[in-house]
Structure formats: C-alpha cells, structure tokens
Design a protein around this ligand. Structure first.
Ligand code: AMP
Length: 214
C-alpha cells in the first residue's frame, strides 16, 4: 500500500505513520526524521536544512524532492510506503506524482488527519522526543515512566527546537499557506480520506484502518 499522510504539525502524522507501518508492513518515510538524522550526523544536507528547520520554515523544494526520490528508489519501498511530512507544497506533490507515475507506483490513498488548532498547539508544546530512537512522548498525555528518559531504550528525551512557541506559530502559518492546499489537490484526484485525529492514538489508528479497508 502506498500512502501519504497530511495534517498540521502536531496532528499526529508521525504517531499514526509508525503504527500503520507496523500494521501494513510497509516502510515509514518521514522527511522531518531524515532531516533530523542528517543534522545530527553533521552532513552537508543537514547543514542546508538546519536553519530552515529551527525557524519553522520549509526546506527548499528542490532539496526535499531530490532526497525523497532517492529514498523511494530503494528496494524496501517496492511493497509500499507511508510518506509522513511529504509532500508539503503543491510543487512537491506534482514532483511526487511524476516520479510515481514513471515508476508505475500510483498512490492508493491520502489520509488527511484533522485536529483543531488549539489541540495541535497543546500537543506540540508538550511533545518530547527520544534523541536515539525517535519515540514520541507528551508531558501530560503520554509521559515516560521516568522523566526525561525514553521507556524503550533509555535515550535522552528532548524538546525539538521547532516546538518552541514562536516556531510553532510560524509552522502553523506555513502549513495553512503552503500545505493546506494539498487537500484540494488530492481531493480532485479522488484520493483524499479525512480522518478525525482528536482521539487517542489507538482510536485514530482504528479509524484509519477502517477507511483504508472500506
Ligand atoms: P516534521 O518533523 O515533519 O514536522 O518536519 C520538521 C521540519 O523539517 C519542517 O518544519 C521543515 O523545516 C522540514 N521539512 C520536513 N519535511 C519537509 C518538506 N516536505 N518540505 C520542506 N521542509 C520539510
């Protein structure tokens, strides 16, 4: 199955993508995670992306598109994939369409996770992430057993630079301007499936699986 997840920052794309990846047996590709890994590794790509990311702005289309094409060309994407955080602009969506068409790998569905803005702000400001495995926690909704430590691998939990209030506001503005129009883009292709993202991760997963089967 080939899926795209749309939704505002904090809508729960990463959480749902990880669960769907396990449930459907396809790879989870998060452009945000790839950029964070590149930043941590101090690579050329990481250096290019970091300033944009810290400000809550989008990395330029040509940088992201090249990176995603390379990733999708790898053999582990043959059985399918879940794209999380890509595309984020209409030019990215057009480039993805062209690439997938050439590979004869059309998308099966685009899940649009809908969450009211005040919920998103609360989720982002309380989010904590494991520095080593990327597991996601929340100080109120999903605290780790021991404060600041990942339950899975005892890695350090940190707050993303772009989860600070000023960057959150900018990311939501960027989302409304650049990314929200993608819902129309995919609706016109008959691929858009809205998902209510306000419930627990288990509830959202159940909704998503029902939509994909239906
Ligand atoms: P995320 O983890 O998806 O919230 O992404 C974190 C940051 O990485 C974003 O705020 C952007 O700076 C950058 N980024 C991730 N995916 C994209 C994309 N498709 N296009 C442009 N920038 C991106």
């Amino acid at each position: 199955m080939r899926l795209v997840l749309l939704g505002a920052p904090g809508a729960g794309k990463g959480t749902l993508a990880k669960q769907l990846s396990t449930a459907l047996g396809v790879v989870h590709i998060s452009t945000g995670d790839i950029f964070r890994e590149e930043v941590a590794a101090g690579s050329e790509l990481g250096r290019k992306a970091k300033a944009y990311m810290d400000r809550g702005e989008l990395v330029p289309d040509e940088v992201v598109i090249g990176m995603v094409k390379q990733r999708l060309a790898r053999p582990d994407c043959k059985p399918g994939f879940i794209l999380d955080g890509f595309p984020r602009t209409v030019p990215q969506a057009e480039a993805l369409d062209a690439f997938l068409q050439a590979q004869q790998m059309p998308l099966d569905a685009v899940l649009d996770i809908e969450v009211p803005e005040e919920v998103v702000v609360r989720r982002l400001s309380g989010r904590r992430v494991c520095r080593t495995c990327g597991a996601i926690y929340h100080v109120d909704n999903k605290p780790p057993k021991q404060e600041g430590i990942c339950d899975l691998d005892q890695g350090e939990l940190y707050q993303r630079e772009d989860d600070q209030p000023e960057a959150i506001r900018r990311r939501l503005r960027v989302y409304a301007e650049a990314t929200a129009p993608l819902a129309d883009y995919y609706r016109q292709q008959g691929l858009l499936r809205p998902v209510d993202g306000t419930g627990s991760p288990e509830e959202v997963l159940a909704l998503a699986l029902r939509l994909l089967k239906g």
